[in-house]
Write a protein that binds this ligand. Structure first.
Ligand SMILES: Cc1cc2nc3c(=O)[nH]c(=O)nc-3n(C[C@H](O)[C@H](O)[C@H](O)COP(=O)(O)OP(=O)(O)OC[C@H]3O[C@@H](n4cnc5c(N)ncnc54)[C@H](O)[C@@H]3O)c2cc1C
Ligand SMILES: Cc1ncc(C[n+]2csc(CCOP(=O)(O)OP(=O)(O)O)c2C)c(N)n1
Ligand SMILES: [Mg+2]
Length: 493
C-alpha cells in the first residue's frame, strides 16, 4: 500500500499497526524514507531491551522501494523507554534478610532468567548452591537451572511435580526470580502459598503485584539482581537456620518419594507405547547423540510430557509456547533454531493435530536442507482437549477425536523427507535411532496410548495442595470424578 492510499480502503488494505497493537510490544508505520534507519535501530532496541517482545515495522510500498539514505544513527538511548536493570541495593538487603531467616524457603524461577542470558543461569546455580534452598521452575524457565541437580524440584504449576507444588504451598519465604505468577502456576490465588512472605524480582514493574501481592519487590535484570544477592548474602553475617532447613528438605524428600511423574510401560512385545516412555527414550537417545540438542514443541499433552520427562541442563535449549499456547509454534521455531545452529540436533515434539497447523513448512525444510526432526506423539486425539472433556466435563467428548488423519509417513515422503513409524513398544528405540542417524528432515510418527492423561494436575480453581495424581497413585484409585472443580474453576479453564 503506498503512503498516499493509506486510509482509502484500497486493494488489500488493512490497518496493520491497528490490528497488531494488542499482540506486539510496539509498532511503527514508517511514512518517510529518512526515518527508516532510525526506526529499524529503535525497533531492535525496543524488542530486545527490558522485557523483550515483538516489534512490528509497517513499510508502505513507496517507502519499501524508494532508495533511503543510511547513516548509522548516533545511537542515543530511546527518549522514553529506558527500563531499569540495576536493582536497588536497599531492596536486595531486604530480600536477603528475609531469605536468611527462612525456615521453609523456595526459589521459583521463570522465563526472566532465560531472557537475562546464560550468565543469569550461571549466577542462579551459584546462588541456589550458596543458599542450599530448593529450586523449582516454570514451563518457560526450564533449563535455567540444571534439571539433574539434587536441589531442583522439577516444574511447578498445573502439571508440575508433587514436591514442587507442595513446597510452594507450604513455604514460609518464596523468592520469585523472573516469573510472573501466571494462573497455571498459582492455581486459586487466594489459596496460593498462604503462609509465605513473597519476594518478586522482575525487570517489568508492571508485573509486580499484578496477580499476587508481594512483600518485597526488586525491579531489575535477573543477572544483575542475582549478582547483587550473592554479594549481599556473603556479606550478611546472619546464618541460615540449618536445622530448620534440614527438616524442610526431609519433608520435601517425602513428597519426592511419591514419584509423581511415574508411569508404567508394559514391555511385552506388541504393547502400546506410553507417551511418557517415548519422551524418556528420546531423551536417553539424544544424550548419546554427541550433539547439542534443542527441543521445540507444539501445544497439548505432548508439550507437558516433554516438559516433565525431557531434562534440560542448560538455558535456551527448550522453546515452547506457554502464555498463548499456540498450536503450530513448534515447527517454525525448530526451523529458526536449525538455521541458527546448523550442526545441532533440533527436534519438534509434536501432537498429530498441532503439526498440521503449519505442515506447509515441510517444504521449507526440504528447500533449505534443514534436518529438523518431528517427533509426533500420535494419540489420534486433541489429547489435551479430550483430557479436559473426560476429567472436567463428565466424559462428554466432542470434536476431540480425529478419524481422518493423514498417513504421516507418506506425508513426509511427499515433502522429500523421511517418514518413520513406531506402532508397538519394540519399534520405539529403532525408530528413534533411525531418526537421529539421518541427516535429513524426518517425521517420526509414534503411535501412543490414546487415553493417557497428563498428571499431576491441579484442576482449574483448585489450590496446590488439591493436586490430582495419576492412576498409579492409591489415593486416586477410585478415579477422578471432577467433583472438586468449582463452577468458578470451570470458568477459569
Ligand atoms: C497446555 C499448557 C499447560 C501449561 N501448564 C503449565 C504448568 O504446569 N506450569 C507452568 O509453569 N506453566 C505452564 N504453562 C505455561 C503458562 O501458561 C505460562 O506461560 C508460564 O507459567 C509463564 O512462565 P513465567 O512465569 O516464567 O513467565 P514468562 O512469560 O517467561 O515471563 C517472564 C517474566 O520475567 C520477567 N523478565 C523478562 N526478562 C527479564 C530479565 N532480564 N530479568 C528479570 N525479569 C525478566 C518478565 O517481565 C516476566 O514477568 C502451560 C501452558 C500451556 C499451553
Ligand atoms: C491455535 C490453537 N488452537 C486451539 C488451541 C486449543 N488446544 C490446546 S491443546 C489442543 C489439542 C492439541 O492436540 P495435539 O496436537 O494432538 O496434542 P495432544 O494434546 O494430543 O498431545 C487444542 C485444540 C490452541 N492451543 N491453539
Ligand atoms: Mg494428539
Amino acid at each position: 500500500m503506498p503512503t498516499h492510499l493509506i486510509g482509502n480502503d484500497a486493494f488489500q488494505e488493512a490497518d496493520t499497526t491497528g490490528i497488531t497493537r494488542q499482540a506486539t510490544k510496539h509498532n511503527y508505520l514508517v511514512k518517510r524514507s529518512d526515518d527508516l534507519a532510525r526506526v529499524i535501530h529503535e525497533a531492535f532496541y525496543v524488542a530486545k531491551t527490558g522485557r523483550p517482545g515483538p516489534v512490528l515495522v509497517d513499510l508502505p510500498k513507496d517507502i519499501l522501494i524508494a532508495p533511503a539514505p543510511y547513516a548509522e544513527p548516533s545511537f542515543a538511548p530511546h527518549r522514553s523507554y529506558r527500563p531499569r536493570t540495576e536493582p536497588d541495593s536497599f531492596r536486595i538487603a531486604e530480600a536477603v534478610a528475609l531469605l536468611k531467616r527462612a525456615e521453609r524457603p523456595v526459589i521459583y524461577t521463570g522465563g526472566g532468567v532465560i531472557n537475562a542470558g546464560p550468565e543469569a543461569a550461571r549466577l542462579l546455580l551459584e546462588f541456589v548452591r550458596l543458599t542450599g534452598f530448593p529450586c523449582t521452575s516454570t514451563l518457560m524457565g526450564l533449563g535455567a537451572y540444571p534439571a539433574s541437580d539434587p536441589q531442583f524440584l522439577g516444574m511447578l504449576g498445573m502439571h508440575g511435580t508433587y514436591e514442587a507444588n507442595l513446597a510452594m504451598h507450604g513455604c514460609d519465604v518464596m523468592l520469585n526470580m523472573g516469573a510472573r505468577f501466571d494462573d497455571r502456576v498459582t492455581g486459586r490465588v487466594n489459596a496460593f502459598a498462604p503462609a509465605a512472605k513473597k519476594i518478586h524480582c522482575d525487570i517489568d514493574p508492571s508485573s509486580i503485584n499484578k496477580n499476587v501481592a508481594v512483600d518485597v519487590a526488586v525491579v531489575g535484570d535477573a543477572a544483575q539482581i542475582l549478582r547483587a544477592m550473592i554479594a549481599a548474602w556473603k556479606a550478611d553475617k546472619q546464618q541460615v537456620d540449618k536445622s530448620a532447613l534440614a527438616t524442610w528438605w526431609q519433608q520435601i524428600d517425602v513428597w519426592r518419594a511419591k514419584k509423581s511423574l511415574r508411569f508404567t510401560q508394559a514391555m511385552a512385545p506388541g504393547s502400546v507405547i506410553k507417551p511418557q516412555y517415548a519422551i524418556e527414550r528420546l531423551y536417553k537417545a539424544t544424550r548419546g547423540a554427541g550433539k547439542e540438542t534443542f527441543i521445540t514443541t507444539e501445544v497439548g499433552q505432548h508439550q507437558m510430557w516433554a516438559a516433565q520427562h525431557f531434562k534440560f541442563e542448560k538455558p535456551n535449549r527448550w522453546l515452547t509456547s506457554g502464555g498463548l499456547g499456540t498450536m503450530g509454534y513448534g515447527l517454525p521455531a525448530a526451523m529458526g533454531v536449525q538455521i541458527a545452529h546448523p550442526d545441532a540436533l533440533v527436534i519438534d515434539i509434536a501432537g498429530e493435530a498441532s503439526i498440521l497447523m503449519n505442515i506447509q513448512e515441510m517444504g521449507t525444510l526440504a528447500q533449505y536442507r534443514l534436518p529438523v526432526k518431528i517427533f509426533i506423539l500420535n494419540n489420534q486425539y486433541m489429547g489435551m482437549v479430550r483430557q479436559w472433556q473426560e476429567l472436567l466435563h463428565g466424559n462428554r467428548y466432542s470434536e476431540s477425536y480425529s478419524a481422518a488423519l493423514p498417513d504421516f509417513v507418506k506425508l513426509a515422503e511427499s515433502f522429500h523427507a523421511v517418514g518413520l513409524r513406531a506402532e508397538k513398544v519394540e519399534d520405539l528405540d529403532r525408530v528413534i535411532a533411525e531418526m537421529l542417524a539421518v541427516d535429513r528432515p524426518v517425521i517420526a510418527d509414534i503411535c501412543v496410548d490414546q487415553k493417557e492423561n497428563v498428571f499431576p494436575m491441579i484442576p482449574s480453581g483448585a489450590a496446590h495442595n488439591e493436586m490430582l495424581l495419576g492412576p498409579e497413585h492409591a489415593e486416586n484409585a477410585g478415579g477422578y470424578t471432577g467433583k472438586s472443580v468449582t463452577d468458578e474453576g470451570l470458568v477459569l479453564v
